[in-house]
Write a protein that binds this ligand. Structure first.
Ligand SMILES: C[S@@+](CC[C@H](N)C(=O)[O-])C[C@H]1O[C@@H](n2cnc3c(N)ncnc32)[C@H](O)[C@@H]1O
Length: 256
């Protein structure tokens, strides 16, 4: 097993030097953005705006960290909330198997807390009707509004292993403000995942109707945040493994 792990690590470390592989992955990211590839998937019946590779990476992180709280900015149709809740449900199931107890979802402490400036009524209804709903809490408002930040911090007080995912407005200033507000809630050895850092690597004319683009996006916010926050490091092994990801430089590990 150790030998197998080492082989995988070596392969991942070699990926960035593999020009053919890196180039074709980069080309795929450009070509797949135009036809809105990330909008084609569902998690347990809810649309999730993610690339499947990133979902697998999140599954690996959640299994490794075993968080009791996942904080997400950007709910949209609720797919990522349902995804996180379903992973937490599996952690509860594993705990129950280990200690021979039964699972009562209404008593599960593990929760996903989602924040969105506009939780559409039909999305909210579908999320609340979903079997994973008991593990989900939602707050409506801008993620950088001081009142919303206080509500999230207040909610987080009762939790000890926290994973943070930022996927709302993708401008530099907004993501930097989200990082200042929520990254400190990330537990040591857990992650703050910043989605759509890929915008920095895509052609400038791809976002004509958006306020973000190369030079003004989640990746530039991550770079600026890290200048003054040595407690976080970019986990390069994750994006080097995925190659196809919307979060290059976006998997931030809290190291102290
Ligand atoms: C890319 S979608 C989120 C996708 C979702 N995480 C998923 O994986 O399916 C972005 C969401 O961010 C929300 N949003 C935009 N500006 C926001 C803000 N200032 N505060 C909180 N949410 C915001 C939008 O309403 C939208 O639902």
């Amino acid at each position: 097993m150790e030998a197998f792990k080492k082989e995988v690590e070596d392969r991942i470390a070699a990926n960035p030097k593999d020009e053919k592989l890196s180039k074709s992955a980069a080309e795929f990211m450009v070509a797949s953005t135009v036809p809105k590839y990330s909008y084609n998937f569902e998690w347990q019946g809810r649309p999730i705006i993610q690339y499947p590779q990133d979902m697998v990476a999140m599954q690996e992180l959640i299994w490794e960290i075993k968080p009791d709280l996942i904080i997400e900015t950007g709910i949209a149709h609720g797919g990522s909330l349902i995804f996180s809740a379903s992973m937490l449900a599996q952690l509860d199931m594993c705990d129950a198997i280990e200690d021979g107890s039964t699972i009562d979802p209404s008593k599960s402490k593990r929760k996903v807390l989602g924040v969105d400036i506009d939780i559409r009524a039909h999305n909210k209804e579908a999320i609340l009707k979903h079997p994973m709903a008991s593990r989900i809490e939602m707050i409506q408002g801008s993620s950088i509004d001081q009142n919303i930040i206080s509500q999230v911090h207040d909610f987080a007080k009762d939790y000890s292993k926290i994973l943070v995912c930022l996927d709302s407005n993708h401008t530099h200033d907004h993501v930097l403000a989200e990082l200042e507000a929520y990254a400190p809630l990330t537990s040591v050895d857990s992650y703050c995942v910043v989605f759509d850092t890929i915008v920095e690597d895509l052609p400038g004319d791809m976002f004509p109707n958006r306020p973000w683009g190369p030079g003004d996006n989640p990746k530039t916010a991550v770079w600026e945040y890290l200048k003054t926050h040595a407690e976080f490091e970019i986990d390069e092994a994750i994006h080097n493994k995925l190659l196809i990801t919307v979060a290059p430089d976006g998997f931030l590990k809290r190291v102290k």
